[in-house]
Write a protein that binds this ligand. Structure first.
Ligand SMILES: *Cc1c(COP(=O)(O)O)cnc(C)c1O
Length: 363
């Protein structure tokens, strides 16, 4: 069932058992599904995300990760509120685009794509702009693989008593984060990233007391986070509209496999080792990383093209024939490609990848 490994940050390589979990049909409103699967997932997501689960609640939402980012911004930020978005890549910028669609008062603070978000600049902006009510930031910017300093950003945002929204799409489940300790109010991720499920829905973990105040704020019916939550909460796992039942069942299997692996700390250790083997091997073959090591996440790694003659399409096709699918770059300032370290992939897979690249270089 695996013609090649996806070394891409979602959809990614999933285990055989996660794929097999999709081999039966579930009714979208039956108890076996709602109570037996959806409610279990909601409870476990909250426990995974924070040390004080009683203060938080989880909502699952149909669609890809961006649907959930949009549902959150569109259901939480009121016309009189002011949002500050810190952006050092495509996903940060996308939050700014969502704010534009919804005509939110929004300032996008832009950073270089090769630099982490600077907490001191957020602090200076908040001091100069007391009208700001919400701050949103991406944890791991998948555009490059940079890991933003979420602890320091959260400390500053909370010192100024603002609501903090974190796009932890590509880090949740693979990089330890404690929402309660950091004071994060809304955190967003999706099924097909570090939990290692298949694509089809995302989820929002929210501070219960804040979400409870969001009735009637949404400008979209399908993406009304409050309404989706109220239906799930009162209906014990019911979705408002057809849910991706097979995908959700596979996700529960993926959550169980995360537990079996030893939880987020163990998964983080594996991804870090994947990344270490990858970078060491690539450097030995003459490739250079885009980011300095201290800004780099273990999630995805960007490499410069090795020389002006490098043909990415050709390299991609040859690697695919050898069993590895990689990712093109996504930044404008430099020619790069990316290799994802997340999914059901292990250090030995990366040793084989390095061998495959070495063979291509020798051709
Ligand atoms: C994957 C991802 C998203 C969502 O992208 P979709 O294509 O909508 O799933 C958002 N933010 C980050 C940081 C991501 O890595």
């Amino acid at each position: 069932m695996r013609p090649y490994l996806l070394l891409t940050p979602g959809p990614l390589t999933t285990s055989e058992t996660v794929k097999q979990a999709m081999m039966s049909d579930w009714c979208t409103w039956d108890e076996d599904y709602n109570v037996g699967i959806v409610e279990v997932i909601r409870k476990e997501l909250v426990e995974l995300a924070c040390s004080r689960p009683e203060e938080y609640t989880a909502v699952l939402m149909q669609g890809s990760g961006s649907f959930c980012v949009e549902a959150t911004l569109g259901s939480v930020i009121r016309p009189e509120d002011h949002l500050l978005v810190a952006a050092n890549g495509a996903y940060g910028k996308r939050m700014g685009v969502i704010a534009e669609y919804y005509h939110l008062n929004c300032h996008v603070m832009k950073f270089e794509e090769t630099q982490a978000v600077d907490p001191a600049q957020i602090e200076a902006y908040l001091q100069a702009h007391p009208e700001v009510t919400h701050v949103s930031v991406v944890h791991c910017e998948t555009t490059t693989g940079v890991l933003n300093p979420i602890e320091e950003i959260a400390r500053i945002v909370k010192k100024h008593h603002k609501v903090l929204i974190v796009d932890a799409m590509s880090s949740f489940g693979g990089v330890p984060i404690d929402m309660a300790a950091l004071g994060i109010d809304f955190m967003i991720s999706s099924a097909n990233k570090c939990i290692q499920g298949v694509p089809g829905f995302g989820f929002i973990i929210a501070r219960r007391s804040l979400l409870e105040q969001c009735k009637g704020v949404a400008r979209s019916l399908s993406l009304d986070l409050y309404d989706q939550w109220e239906t799930m909460e009162k209906g014990h796992g019911k979705w408002r509209f057809t849910s991706p039942t097979h995908v959700v069942r596979a996700f529960m299997q993926a959550m169980n496999e995360l537990k079996e692996e030893g939880g987020v700390a163990a998964r983080h250790a594996r991804y870090s080792e994947n990344h270490r083997v990858l970078v060491e091997g690539m450097r030995s073959l003459g490739f250079k990383t885009l980011l300095p090591d201290e800004e780099q996440s273990p999630v995805i790694t960007s490499f410069y093209y090795p020389n002006a003659e490098f043909n990415f399409k050709d390299f991609y096709t040859k690697l695919k024939a050898k069993g590895f699918v990689i990712y093109p770059g996504k930044i404008s300032q430099a020619d790069t490609f990316r290799i994802g370290n997340i999914g059901d992939v292990h250090p030995d897979d990366f040793r084989q990848l390095i061998e495959a690249i070495k063979e291509i270089q020798l051709q």
